[in-house]
Every structure is written in C-alpha cells, then in structure tokens.
Design a protein around this ligand. Structure first.
Ligand SMILES: Nc1ncnc2c1ncn2[C@@H]1O[C@H](COP(=O)(O)OP(=O)(O)OP(=O)(O)O)[C@@H](O)[C@H]1O
Ligand SMILES: Nc1ccn([C@@H]2O[C@H](COP(=O)(O)O)[C@@H](O)[C@H]2O)c(=O)n1
Length: 230
C-alpha cells in the first residue's frame, strides 16, 4: 500500500512556563496544523501512578503501568482533550499533585522510550499538512529530523511572573519554587536549556504573547523557504 505523505514537523522545546503549549497551540491554529502536547502523556502517566498509589521512585512499578496505559490526546488545536481509559483527565493532569510527581515518572528510561514511540506514531498520523510537537526532547530525541526546530525560552523571572498570574490558588513563591524544582529535576534527564545544533532560539522575555506567536511562525517560514532552496 502507498505510504501517505508525512506531515511537516515543527519541534518546540523549552523549560516550564516558557509558553510552549499556549504558543504552539495558537501557531498550529494559524498554520492549519495539528498540535501535539507531549508533556500531557507524562502527566497522564503520573496521574495514573497517583490513582493506583504506585511508588513513583520505583522504576519497575512505573514501567509496569505502561502495559495498560490506554492513552488518548486530541491533536486538533481547537479540540484539546486527554483521556486515560474512559476517564477525561484534561484538567486533572494540571493539578499541583501531578506537577509534583511527573518528573519522577519522566526520568524512567522505559517510559521515555515508550512515549517517544507513541509521539512519533501520533505525529505521523495527523490529518493535517503539519504538526507542531512541543516538549523537552522533541528537537533532539523525538524528532531531530523535524523541518523546523525551535527552543522557546524566557528568563526564569518572566516565566515565573507569567505562571503565577495564571495560578491564583497558590502563592507566587510556591509557584516559583515548583517551577524551579521541576526544571532542575527535568534537566538532569534532557537538555532543554540550550539549543542543540541547528535549533533556533526564540527568546520571548521581551515579547508579548502575539509577538511570540509571530516569531515562531517567522522561524517556520524561514526554515521551510530555506529547505525549498536546498
Ligand atoms: N510571550 C508571552 N507573554 C506573556 N505571557 C505569555 C507569553 N508566552 C506565554 N505566556 C503565558 O505564560 C503562561 C505559561 O505558558 P504555557 O503554559 O504555554 O507554558 P509551557 O511552556 O507550556 O509550560 P509547562 O511546561 O509548565 O506546561 C501562560 O499563561 C501563557 O499564556
Ligand atoms: N518531551 C517531554 C515533555 C514533558 N516531559 C515531562 O513532562 C512534564 C510535564 O510537561 P509539561 O510540558 O506539561 O510541563 C515535564 O516537567 C517533564 O517532566 C518530558 O520529560 N519530556
């Protein structure tokens, strides 16, 4: 059977609160692309571990969860949802408990291997001409061959200010400390603080939301034009 044309891949990595999900989703909408949030899968597995009262320091116990991890995510930027089995976990995976547990789950190599395969398969099968995939290791591990590779960053101060404006149920100090400690734990596993070779940095520290979306779309046009001329 003839293989369908593969979608254009736009890979975006960056630290917590750098705007990966909000900016990627808005840019995907404008480009008519699908949007794949990879952090949601790690969060959903962490949610399952909490539901099953699994000790998340035990790699074997976390790995065992993968065998009945019935995960599904919406890749339409206008119809985002995350389910595990019959349960809609779209909101539950954003809880402070899941955010605090997720890095321990994400450090397990078998989990990373399985989810990487899942992301590649979802991305290959979207029903759009392209897909924006965002996370921590997309430009380097999940899709190093992506036509467009971006590191979306902002200073720690800017990221914390934006995140604490969003989360009003916790103090700014608590939000900042959670963000910092998640980045610390995650960066022991993958490097998302510096751009790998060929990856273009978009620093949004002094850009507003709209300007950041435009900056990402500009990089997309520059990279795709360059590829056409090669
Ligand atoms: N350039 C910007 N100017 C102002 N606010 C922004 C900008 N970019 C993103 N934001 C806001 O910052 C907050 C964090 O963004 P977002 O949730 O998209 O980050 P993230 O990188 O996906 O975070 P995490 O990895 O923790 O899920 C959101 O409230 C978003 O609307
Ligand atoms: N490619 C990725 C994406 C995410 N993670 C882990 O998931 C956590 C949640 O991600 P968010 O983008 O929703 O904040 C993140 O803190 C990492 O632990 C990952 O390892 N690789």
């Amino acid at each position: 059977m003839a293989r369908h044309t593969l979608p254009t891949l736009v890979a975006i990595d960056g630290p917590a609160g750098s705007g990966k999900s909000s900016v990627s989703r808005a840019a995907a909408r404008r480009l008519g692309f699908a949007y794949l949030d990879t952090g949601a899968a790690y969060r959903a597995l962490a949610w399952l571990a909490l539901e099953r009262k699994t000790d998340n320091t035990q790699a074997d116990a976390i790995t065992a969860l993968l065998k009945d991890f019935d995960y599904s995510i919406g890749t339409d930027p206008d119809e985002y949802f995350v389910t595990v089995g019959q349960t809609d976990v779209t909101d539950a995976i954003r809880s402070p408990e899941v955010s605090a547990a997720v890095s321990a789950v994400a450090r397990v190599p078998a989990v990373r291997g399985a989810l990487t395969e899942l992301f590649r398969s979802i991305a290959e099968n979207v029903d759009r001409p392209g897909v924006i995939i965002e996370g921590r290791d997309i430009t380097t591990i999940v899709a190093p061959e992506a036509e467009v590779r971006i590191l979306l960053t902002a200073t720690e101060e800017a990221r914390m200010t934006r995140r604490s404006a969003e989360i009003t149920t916790q103090s700014a100090e608590t939000v900042a400390e959670q963000l910092r400690s998640r980045d610390r734990a995650d960066s022991q596993v993958v490097d998302f603080m510096s751009a790998a070779d060929g990856v273009i940095t978009v620093d949004s520290t002094h850009l507003d939301f709209e300007q950041t979306i435009e900056a990402v779309i500009d990089v997309y046009h520059t990279c795709t034009k360059r590829a056409l001329n090669e």
